[in-house]
Design a protein around this ligand. Structure first.
Ligand code: 13P
Length: 259
């Protein structure tokens, strides 16, 4: 199965109007021309910069992602939240859901991640759904159990929806071992492949076609120096890049490593 790779830059809470302008222009000038690009590229800035980035990315073929979305579908009394249709309206194509920082720092549950995935799909956004274990969970040999539990919650939410599992075909998954995020400690290509194959296998057991086609990205200290090895693994379809996405040169080199 030939899956188009994806490289998404998660800027987290970084940026300013001036810094974003130079980062985006650096990325755009470093990427291959749109027609020759092998990977899909997505940039995910903080909410307040989305509209401005939408203009900068217009007609470039580079996708625009939010870093979170409200689980509630419409408008309403949800102070501080941003609805999926609003993200669509300002030009988002993607949204990161269930990032480990949202789970750990803002108490997002597996169930909430499932609901957010449905809400994003209903608005026509491509969810980038994150899963990943803590170091103590890996050390206790519980990696598959934890990642399986996180993924099952998303599958349950989809199955309870009239659209059923079909929505999963429009999702991108990201395996981000928490111990590898921002630590400089990357999963080995073999560790990544093991979990990616587990994720794909779990989906394949429900729907062989979707399991074969769904893209599973790796995230956690991906750098130009380790990207090619990671992306070379059979079930690693690209990356979700944090720190290295803030340097145009590094991010562009990581995109090139998908080739
Ligand atoms: P780093 O690439 O900085 O480790 O972050 C990974 C990440 O959390 C991307 O979502």
């Amino acid at each position: 199965m030939n899956r188009t790779p994806v490289v998404a830059g998660n800027w987290k809470m970084h940026g300013s109007r001036a810094a974003n302008a130079s980062l985006v222009s650096g990325v755009l000038s470093g990427l291959a021309p749109r027609a020759e690009r092998v990977a899909e590229v997505v940039l995910c800035p903080p909410f307040v910069y989305l509209a401005e980035l939408a203009q900068r990315l217009d007609q470039t073929g580079v996708g625009l992602g939010a870093q979170d979305v409200c689980a509630e579908a419409g408008q309403g009394a949800f102070t501080g939240e941003v609805a999926a249709p609003m993200l669509r309206e300002v030009g988002c194509t993607h949204v990161i859901i269930g990032h480990s920082e949202r789970r750990a720092l803002y108490a997002e549950t597996d169930e909430l991640v499932g609901r957010k995935t449905l809400t994003a799909l209903a608005a026509g956004l491509t969810p980038i759904v994150c899963v990943g274990e803590l170091l103590e969970e890996r050390d206790a040999g519980r990696t598959h159990e934890v990642v399986g539990r996180q993924l099952e919650a998303v599958l349950r939410a989809l199955q309870a929806d009239p659209g059923g599992l079909a929505g999963l075909a429009r999702c991108i998954l990201a395996y981000e071992p928490v111990w590898a995020i921002g630590t400089g400690r990357t999963a080995t290509p073999e560790q990544a492949q093991d979990v990616h194959a587990f994720i794909r296998g779990l989906i394949q057991s429900r729907d062989a076609r979707i399991g074969g086609s769904v893209r599973v990205l790796y995230g956690g200290s991906v750098k130009p120096g380790n990207a090619r090895e990671l992306f070379g693994m059979p079930d690693v379809d690209g990356g979700l890049i944090g720190g290295a996405s803030l340097k145009a040169e590094d991010f562009v080199a990581i995109v090139a490593a998908t080739q």
